[in-house]
Design a protein around this ligand. Structure first.
Ligand SMILES: [Ca+2]
Ligand SMILES: [Ca+2]
Ligand SMILES: [Ca+2]
Ligand SMILES: [Ca+2]
Length: 596
């Protein structure tokens, strides 16, 4: 048995000081759950998207025949209408709709409560023809196909002047969304939504006006118009700047690190509408914050003003930014301190956490040593201040990456890099292998015990697998739905033996346990963090979390052999541990949590 030496005992000695930004206390106690609405639950089949709702979005290629995809159908299997298009799976996947909606989320709030999560993040919910709704047609209504009466809602919207907030009404989808907020709050659950303030869809109301009205339009300075239409020619010469050069996602125009005043006024009305819907000054009926899309590309002066609007309505609201690649090719993630320190955001989607974890717990070749891993974690704490880190969204995957189970099954693919069959025909798209169960448990235990708010991407809790977009956006797996086995593949022959699709109850119960442990130990949410063991040779890592009377010790062994646990925990209660682990020995790829 190897001799364990405590290499360093670093007491960070960080007291809990309120951060100047005042990130809300609840964000430190949050257990996040991300919902991609189109794929979470179809609670109402009468509102499902129709062929016409696909107009105005990628791939801008209308099909003659189309139908909603059955929720339980084999993911890679081409739907009948898709076969007739002569286009491949990946092209058609953008035209697929499964019919998830707001009612579906309401119907599953008890499931989420039972799982133990207490904060929801919804991908965009505003009216948009796309499946992901990142290209909105307006920001002041919930998508009509997410609500109970799409036709009536369309008629209501047509009576309004989008430029004049006092003409805005409440559609049936809007009202249902307000019910969802109410249902969340009655369960002590917070809810934040995606704020896409960088780009919109081609049918965004103000762009439509610019297109119609030409250079005299009041909204022409909202966009960067490259060329106006020449009425003397039959073709439409009207062009504008789009996000990432995509014409399908027109981008708002920035001047001097800010947005035009009239555009900001529209945004301001949108913020007020969703944060205090009845306008009585009490934000209880509104959302609890925003997740800001492509936040690094939006002028920072606008974000500072945005923060003032938000905090004025609800000082307890949480603002988190999507800040990720600095240099995609070289796997470098952005340091978000610019947004976190300068009175801008309360937190970020902590992709740095995800990538560090993958490199330490999963990667087999050239994986990080224990010391390198901890240094990277400490760098985050130094960059953002420890107290802020407690409120970061510590995720392992999202709607933009491969699922964490597929990351474990494909240890040579870093976060968001070549993680799909399109780029790598050998990419494994199947359930977690028996021999990887412990590795998955270990990683999740680290996520739930270390500083920062743990974050579950919908379906991860029931063992869903998937390569990156579009596969990470499969319909959620529910007990009351029949799923075909997964035989089909996007290339070559189908598998002879398919994968059975059903909820992995072992995984679900493990998540429930992690949520419960986190909730009953304040040190895991708000406590300080001292590294009590780090050993490169044994790949052992241990830390202590303390908050008032509550103390937790966690150890992780990412080596291939069992290791000894230091005696420091002798008087503590053994709370949770991997199979093969005892009070004294931690198994290979094992973890253990002690509680005082
Ligand atoms: Ca539906
Ligand atoms: Ca719609
Ligand atoms: Ca023309
Ligand atoms: Ca109110």
């Amino acid at each position: 048995m190897t001799h364990i030496k405590i290499l360093t005992l670093i007491i960070l000695g960080l007291s809990i000081i309120n951060h100047s930004n005042g990130s809300p206390k609840w964000s430190k106690n949050a257990i996040w759950y991300q919902i991609f609405p189109e794929r979470f639950r179809n609670g109402d089949t009468t509102n499902d998207p129709t062929k016409e709702t696909l107009d105005g979005t990628w791939p801008f290629d209308p099909v003659e025949e189309w139908s909603i995809s059955p929720w339980g159908s084999d993911w890679y299997k081409m739907q009948e209408w898709e076969i007739k298009t002569d286009k491949d799976f990946y092209y058609n996947a953008q035209r697929r709709r499964y019919g998830g909606d707001i009612q579906g989320i309401i119907d599953k709030l008890d499931y989420l409560n039972d799982l133990g999560v207490n904060a929801l993040y919804l991908n965009p919910v505003f009216e948009s023809p796309s499946l992901h709704k990142y290209g909105a047609t307006l920001l002041h209504h919930i998508d009509n196909n997410f609500g109970p009466n799409p036709k009536k809602d369309t008629a209501i919207i047509q009576t309004e002047n989008p430029a004049s907030p006092k003409t805005w009404q409440w559609t049936s989808a809007d009202m249902l969304f307000l019910d969802l907020i109410k249902e969340c709050h009655s369960r002590d659950m917070k809810i934040i939504i995606d704020g896409v303030f960088n780009h919109v869809g081609i049918d965004f109301w103000a762009l439509k006006k610019v297109r119609e009205e030409g250079p005299t339009s009041l909204y022409k300075n909202w966009f960067t118009i490259k060329k106006w239409d020449d009425p003397k020619t039959t073709e439409d010469e009207f062009t504008y700047e789009g996000w990432s050069g995509l014409k399908g996602l027109p981008e708002f125009k920035q001047t001097k690190n800010d947005y035009p005043a009239s555009l900001k006024s529209y945004f301001n009305s949108v913020v007020k509408r969703w944060m205090d819907p009845n306008g009585d000054g009490n934000p209880e009926d509104g959302i609890d914050g925003w997740r800001l899309d492509v936040a690094a590309e939006v002028p920072i002066d606008f974000w500072k003003e945005f923060r003032k609007w938000v905090k004025e309505i609800n000082p307890e609201a949480y603002i988190t930014g999507e800040i990720w690649w600095e240099d995609y090719k070289n796997n470098k993630l952005k340091n978000a301190s610019k947004w976190i320190k300068g009175d801008t955001f309360d937190g970020v989607m902590n992709y740095r956490f995800a990538d560090n974890c993958y490199q330490y717990f999963i990667q087999q070749e050239n994986s990080l040593t224990t010391q390198q891993f901890l240094n990277k974690i400490k760098n985050i704490h130094e960059d953002y201040e420890y107290n802020v880190c407690l409120g970061l969204q510590n995720l392992l995957g999202s709607h933009d990456t491969q699922r964490f189970i597929s990351m474990i099954e494909n240890p040579n693919h870093r976060l968001d890099h070549g993680a799909n069959l399109k780029q790598n025909r050998n990419y494994a798209v199947g359930p977690l292998s028996e021999h990887n169960i412990k590795k998955a448990d270990q990683l999740l235990a680290y996520q739930f015990f270390s500083p920062g708010a743990p974050y579950i991407y919908y379906g991860d809790e029931v063992g869903m697998w998937g390569a990156d977009d579009p596969d990470c956006r499969k319909p959620m797996v529910w007990d009351d739905i029949q799923y075909e086995d997964e035989h089909a593949l996007p290339y070559g022959n189908p598998r002879k033996k398919g994968y059975r699709v059903s909820q992995d109850k072992r995984r679900l119960n493990f998540f429930k346990r992690l949520c419960a442990i986190r909730k009953s130990n304040t040190s895991l949410c708000e406590g300080d963090f001292s590294i009590i063991l780090q050993n490169n040779r044994t790949r052992m890592l241990g830390f202590k979390r303390t908050h008032k009377q509550n103390e937790c010790l966690a150890f992780f062994n990412s080596s291939d052999t069992p290791q000894e646990i230091p005696k420091v925990a002798d008087s503590m209660k053994l709370e949770l541990f991997s199979s093969g682990t005892t009070r004294k020995i931690i198994s290979s790829k094992g973890f253990v949590l002690f509680v005082k």
